[in-house]
Design a protein around this ligand. Sequence first.
Ligand code: SF4
Length: 496
Amino acid sequence: MPIRLSKSKLLAFRQCERRLWLELHRPRLRQDDGASQAAFAVGHQVGDLARSLYDPGRLGVLLDPQTEGFDAALARSRELLASAQPVFEAGFAAAGALAFADILLPVDGGARRWRMVEVKSSTSVKDYHREDAAIQAYVARAAGVQLEGIALARIDSRWTYPGKGDYRGLLVEEDLSAEAFARGAEVASWIARAQAVAAQEDEPAIQPGEHCDSPYACGFAAHCGGGAPAAEYPVQWLPRIASRALKERIAGGAADMRELPDELLNDKQRRVKSHTLSGEVYFDAAGAAADLAPHPLPACFIDFETISFAVPIWQGTRPFQMIPFQFSVHRLDDAGGLAHRAFLDLSGDDPSRGFAEALLGACAGEGPVFVYNAGFETARIAELAARFADLAPGLLALNARVVDLLPVARERYYHPGQQGSWSIKQVLPAVAPELRYEQLDGVQDGGAAMHAFMEAIDPGTEAARRQQIEGQLLAYCHLDTLAMVRLWEVFSGRLE
Ligand code: SF4
């Protein structure tokens, strides 16, 4: 007898038949990474908010199939569909599939006709959202629900939080009724094929590929990739693989850069290949010094840490806006003297204004402001200028002084240990081996900095722990700008 496949299993099937089989037969092999778990948490948060937005009078009923059991939830859903109140997480089983609707709203006061809304913590409608809606509509209708329409509620990234808990406008609807209703036969064919895969005794022999990360990072990657021998010099270390010929060669099975002829590579790719294979450092010292010569001392070296929220918590900010909460500034004077300034706000209040004022103070004066990957810092400074008109002239003047060290590194330097990456953490070990991120306590990268910040502003975090996080964040950001100073010293010819 065929099993009932949930919508999430059908979407797993749409990504990869092997994934569906593993989800059903070997679920313990699945390892979700931190990013996937964080995405689940954001999804729950947006879902909770959506219920309050769609049902401000709290007239609706929320079902919880995890605690009350699937069959009980299905039975209660049938009862509730005879009423005329919003229903959240109503379940339907039909045609070999099972689906739970985020939101069901009675149409026209309740003549047992319904409109379904699926809530996504995304800022645009993706193809897999459309498939999701098609499955929901098909199963609900097959189960006898009189479904008049289906919409997707997504986050409006242009919306600005007015404060005081007023989240009206955060979600916008896209009506997917016509498309979802037209795809019934397609969904039926997916279910039939997925049932056949589920009934297979053997694991499907599908090899890992680009589909493993799209639309979601698959939690079975370690299992599926475990048996394949790793290339000694992976083609993924080559920068910007864009040419069709190169892509085709890689899609055809070339995994090691020794399998790629030089004529298929551009200059930079050839450089990475030859220095990776030889193990020798590439450094165009004269070119790097010439790049930096127009930007003499005194100079500042700056780096920001940011946080973003799908559901903004600070008035005047947008969903997913990257809000700076910390900076480190190293200042190098004409005589080579080095001074350091830092800003970190763990109060839980919006750090933006204090950050902007402190940054202007730390970078006061003239001279270049060096960053590593200018797009990030200059965008944050421009956003602060847009929010605080009185600080805008100073902030925009600061942006005009920004000089990016990343293009210099990309053009003039490559060490085989970089493995195709020019992130400062990859470049640093060869340039300044005495500066090591691995020696930092607790916070060693931007993702960890965000988690640490979230923990620190949580009112439930004890003072001693908050103090410990503060020290870790300050040490991490300090190292980022000290690393830039060392890079500048090497590139400008001050240090060998
Ligand atoms: S890792 Fe890739 S091949 Fe393996 S189950 Fe997941 S999507 Fe399929």
